[in-house]
Design a binder for this molecule. Structure first.
Ligand code: PRP
Length: 192
């Protein structure tokens, strides 16, 4: 039995397959490669959720001819959902980036934007460091409950208004390793 088989009873439906996610990442890579053609680029992945997006996007970018002149991959780690399906509203920086971004072209790479607080917090934090440019790339956009109108220059796929897991996204730290994006059955949630 595969580990992911044990998730099956808890999954309501697949929202995006591995192939659809892969195609979306290729589209994002093409757009970013065109915009930063011949220029150095720093990708900052936002862990834990973006662990697969940053890895796949960085490699997809390398495969586009005429893309950035060099690519630095780094990450930071933030959390605001903890073990809940609801954001605490407070973004905690658990680990900062380890590279200097002053004077650099930076793209923040996120798995999902929902209420927008995480991305807004990160953009403010990173703007203070005076990058040459700062943009955001988000694989999954969930636009229904924005609390802040934060700019997202590169958007992959729009999710339905549901709590989603897989491809890096978790519920109580589980499901990140699903290779596709899924909606959980209501019975999977332990909170009221
Ligand atoms: C998730 C996700 C984004 C953020 C988006 O992170 O990975 O970083 O929430 O939500 P928002 O737009 O409503 O702020 P989470 O806090 O769950 O931490 P994780 O990445 O470690 O799972």
């Amino acid at each position: 039995m595969k580990i992911t088989d044990s998730y099956e009873g808890t999954i309501e439906r697949t929202l995006f397959t591995e192939d659809e996610i892969s195609a979306a990442i290729s589209r994002l890579a093409t757009q970013i490669a065109e915009d930063y053609s011949g220029q150095p680029l720093t990708l900052l992945g936002v862990l834990k959720g973006a662990l697969y997006v940053i890895a796949d996007l960085a490699r997809a970018l390398s495969a586009v001819p005429g893309g950035p002149s060099e690519i630095i991959v780094d990450y930071l780690c933030v959390s605001s959902y903890g073990n809940s399906t609801r954001s605490s509203g407070e973004v905690r920086l658990l680990k900062d980036a380890s590279v200097q971004i002053t004077g650099r072209n930076v793209v923040i790479v996120e798995d999902i934007v929902d209420n927008g607080l995480t991305l807004s917090y990160l953009r403010s934090l990173l703007e203070e460091r005076r990058p040459a440019s700062l943009r955001s790339c988000v694989l999954f956009d969930k636009p229904y409950h924005r609390r802040i109108d934060v700019p997202v220059e590169y958007v992959g796929l729009q999710t339905p208004d549901a709590f989603v897991v897989g491809y890096g996204l978790d519920y109580q730290e589980l499901f990140r390793n699903l290779p596709y994006l899924a909606q959980l059955r209501p019975s999977a949630f332990t909170e009221g």
